[in-house]
Design a protein around this ligand. Structure first.
Ligand SMILES: Cc1cc2nc3c(=O)[nH]c(=O)nc-3n(C[C@H](O)[C@H](O)[C@H](O)COP(=O)(O)O)c2cc1C
Length: 374
């Protein structure tokens, strides 16, 4: 069997990962006042035994009002930092898997119920609700309480909060930062002409709409040591630009443009997802549906590009990286459903993963070479 590309090491910034499988960030809606709980210890501990190249901590709010829901994880003060520290110390005692964190601000999509409680917006005058902010005062859904458009002082506060959370991430020994600029959250709200109607230097042209997200990126870079991996997650399109739209949304060309700009500023990888900005989106969901968006970025930059979205099969994942559509693949639901997915993929592709010695005896006798010991 030819050697698997998926299981070849890859370097992101100064960190070398054992393989090209990324565990995508996944909100758990199980924090208390922004603080990780024992659920996170269990959940991240489980994923840290998966054999993936890197594990990404869920969207972690840089300010309380930047949480999607009141049960989101945050990293905005010493208490939230200490809660992550407790979880990571336990996970790290038993796993060498590199761990990244996704730093986020939900903007106008904040102040919601947990998904299993309906996920709708909670009004500011209700328990667990608050006033949201955005690039402009346009709500996500017409029935939502409109956000307040950030003024310059508000933007400076957000920028500094990203930088401060980045400093805390480094102090926590987290291996990489991913800035969340996808899925219709605050930075994406600045990028898309559908949500950004500003008339100052942060709205209008593509250059102006990219300005604030790039300032946040620069602030994070300035807050971390030279070479420390800083990556960005983008939506490759809003999926709303059709003939019947008066004005197209954020699209693949814009994604390529910001990726080139991010690479020039020292970004170490681009993670290409899509959608989330506008309820009118029409997403052609299916296996590999976001891969063409990653491929477009990959053709324009030299840094690693990560593809994600309904990647569920070993040979599907292998084909994405071996044909050069992307350098890595990320999985979310796939690995929740099958937390040893990287083991099973390695077995199918004739490769090996690092496993903890406690689990070595489960290795099927036909797959003697599956495990490397930690
Ligand atoms: C439970 C759950 C929580 C998620 N939370 C986040 C998140 O915190 N940040 C983010 O960028 N995407 C989040 N996503 C999106 C995933 O990272 C991923 O992009 C998406 O699910 C597509 O990958 P998949 O088909 O492998 O699930 C979440 C997805 C799921 C299923």
């Amino acid at each position: 069997m030819p050697q698997s590309k998926l299981f070849e090491p890859i370097t992101i910034g100064g960190s070398t990962l054992a393989n090209r499988i990324v565990i995508a960030p996944m909100c758990q809606y199980s924090a208390e006042d922004g603080k990780m709980t024992d659920w996170h210890l269990m959940h991240l501990g489980m994923l840290a035994q998966s054999g993936a190249g890197i594990l990404t901590i869920e969207a972690t709010a840089v300010l309380p009002e930047g949480r999607i829901s009141y049960a989101d994880v945050g990293l905005w003060d010493d208490a939230t930092e200490a809660a992550i520290d407790r979880v990571l110390k336990s996970v790290r005692a038993w796993s060498h898997m590199p761990i990244a964190i996704q730093l986020a601000h939900a903007g106008r999509k904040a102040s919601t119920a947990k998904p299993w409680d309906g996920g709708g917006q909670i009004a500011p005058d209700h328990a667990n609700g608050w006033q949201t902010v955005s690039a402009s005062d346009l709500p996500f859904a017409a029935s939502d309480n409109p956000p307040v458009a950030l003024d310059k002082a508000g933007m400076a506060k957000v920028r500094e909060a990203f930088a401060e959370a980045a400093r805390r991430s480094v102090r926590l020994g987290i291996d990489a930062i991913q800035i969340h600029a996808a899925h219709g959250y605050l930075l994406h709200q600045f990028l898309s002409p559908l949500s950004n109607k500003r008339t100052d230097e942060y709205g209008g042209s593509l250059e102006n709409r990219m300005r604030f997200p790039l300032e946040v990126f620069d602030a994070v870079k300035a807050a971390v040591p030279e070479g420390y991996p800083v990556t960005v997650r983008l939506s490759g399109t809003d999926w709303v630009d059709g003939d019947d739209w008066q004005e197209g949304g954020w699209d693949s060309d814009s994604t390529v443009a910001i990726s080139v700009e991010l690479e020039a500023r020292g970004c170490h990888a681009i993670h290409v997802s899509s959608g989330g900005l506008d309820p009118r989106q029409k997403i052609p969901v299916g296996p590999n549906y976001q891969v063409p968006l990653a491929r477009a970025v990959k053709q324009a930059v030299g840094i690693p590009v990560i593809a994600v979205g309904l990647i569920t099969e070993a040979h599907q994942a292998e084909a994405i990286v071996s044909t050069g559509d992307a350098d890595m693949i990320a999985v979310a639901r796939t690995v929740l459903y099958d937390p040893r997915w990287p083991w099973h993929v390695a077995a199918e592709l004739g490769a090996s993963v690092t496993a903890s010695p406690q689990y070595l005896r489960c290795q099927p006798s036909t797959l003697k070479a599956l495990f490397k010991t930690a």
